[in-house]
Design a protein around this ligand. Structure first.
Ligand code: PLP
Length: 446
């Protein structure tokens, strides 16, 4: 019996023993195509020799140095690279060990900024329903997935809430995508006014919503209008790119495609590609200027921030992405992959929507396409598809509660950037077979 508290205390997991390219192999010798990069992490696949060599070299030189005593060349170099490639206005980097840590740091930085500039009454964040920002208490509070929050709600800070940008279900037939985006920006404006503009710290949003909605990009113009609303009220825009960032959508940062610069941006998963636990907050110059003029510090810190091996892994991953022109590949192969998925699943009676950007795709499942009626949540369609896909040697990332934390099912796909087109076709084919098999057996049982 395992002594580990696994994610589920029921059932057993296969034991992963090796990984190479897009494939993970278990102890029984069964191979799985990693079509989701775990949870949109493994952007370079598994066992990349350049990343492993960089980590070895760093460990041989220096494995750890506490950040209250030293900085390191490798962490400085990573920060320089991240700032050089960041959206306009971003001038600083705070290195952490994962996505939730990045979000916690961003929230505290945003709050401290207003304390430093003499606006201490600002204490409320606004987030969107059906967003996910992590499982630590601050991140869970700003996240909008009711199922994840419910039992912890008494422990969470007050957060204002607005609708996600979820065109498939929420755009009215009478609206253009731009009008829909404008309506949502107006909703944010109204929520800021409801809370009280002088009380709001920031608006937190995933530019392309990942885990809880299934790779949903915004409609054109939405983020530009959101930026205007934030500016109107002096509210910070915090882009959570932990999942959708670092090349996943075909540009290094997803917000680049929206033509806006956030004040704070969180990155993680694809930053280190799973080779090390590493994340970061990218921070606008004005925030650190205020800290310098004021207290002279960011009142935060963890033992492992700026870890040299994490920095070495992240730096190596980012160098490979540049050297091998992988962002161009993600753009081109993302379009190809969308085509493969449409060919394999577009006409399926239980596939309501196929959406996404780059190599970040979502498939939303419905019982009935015309009415978009969902499957009964008690059937746990998403869990059945995950199990069936694993049976067929495919790792994908299905999730339930797409619409409101309870109803709806989707499958998230985030294959490694290095996947070949033949591998992308194989992913689409195996996923279609898994969905077909599960939905057919549910129809037979009905
Ligand atoms: C958008 C987003 N933010 C934050 C997190 C939390 O990251 P981590 O699981 O590394 O703490 C996730 C994880 O899925 C995420 O998708």
């Amino acid at each position: 019996m395992s002594k580990i508290i696994h994610r589920s205390l029921r059932g057993t997991l296969p034991v992963a023993v090796s990984g190479h390219g897009v494939t993970v192999t278990d102890r029984e010798g069964k191979a799985y195509i990693d079509a989701s990069g775990g949870a949109a992490v493994s952007c370079l696949g598994h066992g990349h020799p350049d990343v492993i060599a960089a980590m070895h070299a760093q460990i041989d030189r220096l494995a750890y140095a506490h950040t209250s005593f030293f900085t390191t060349e490798v962490a400085e170099e990573l920060a320089d690279t991240l700032v050089a490639d960041a959206p306009r206005g971003i001038e600083h980097v705070y290195l952490v060990s994962g996505g939730s840590e990045a979000v916690e740091a961003a929230l505290k930085m945003a709050r401290q900024y207003f304390v430093e500039i003499g606006q201490p009454d600002r204490s409320v964040f606004i987030g969107r329903r059906q967003s996910y920002h992590g499982n630590t208490l601050g991140a869970l509070a700003v996240g909008g997935n009711e199922w994840r929050r419910r039992q912890f709600a008494p422990l969470l800070i007050e957060v204002g809430r607005v609708s996600p940008c979820y065109e498939y279900r929420d755009r009215r037939e009478s609206e253009t995508p731009e009008e829909y985006g404008a309506r949502l920006a107006d909703e944010l404006d109204a929520e800021i006014r409801r809370v009280g503009p002088s009380r709001v710290i920031g608006f937190v949003a995933e530019p392309v919503v990942g885990a809880t909605l299934g790779a949903v990009p915004p409609v054109p113009g939405y983020f530009r209008r959101v930026r205007e609303v934030c500016d109107r009220h002096g509210v910070l825009l915090i882009a959570d790119e932990v999942m959708c960032g670092m090349g996943r959508t075909g540009t290094l940062h997803a917000v680049e495609q929206e033509g806006v610069s956030p004040d704070l941006m969180t990155i993680a998963k694809g930053l280190g590609g799973g080779y090390q636990p590493v994340g970061a907050v990218l921070v606008a110059g004005k925030i650190i200027e205020a800290f310098k003029r004021g207290s002279g510090m960011f009142q935060h810190g963890h033992t492992y921030i700026g870890h040299p091996v994490g920095a070495a892994a992240a730096l190596a991953v980012q160098r490979v992405i540049k050297r091998d022109r992988l962002l161009d590949k993600v753009k081109a192969d993302g379009a190809y992959f969308a085509g493969s998925l449409r060919k394999a699943l577009g006409a399926h009676r239980h596939v309501g929507d196929i959406r996404g950007r780059g190599l970040f795709m979502g498939v939303e499942l419905v019982e009935d396409r015309a009415s978009k009626r969902t499957f009964d949540p008690a059937l746990k369609l998403h869990a059945r598809i995950k199990a069936e896909a694993m049976q067929r040697g495919l790792m994908c990332y299905p999730m339930g509660g797409t619409i409101d934390g309870e109803r709806g099912d989707h499958v998230l796909l985030a294959p490694p950037f290095i996947a070949t087109r033949a591998e992308l076709d194989e992913i689409a084919a195996r996923l279609a077979a898994a969905i077909d098999s599960v939905t057919a057996s549910l129809r037979r049982a009905a």
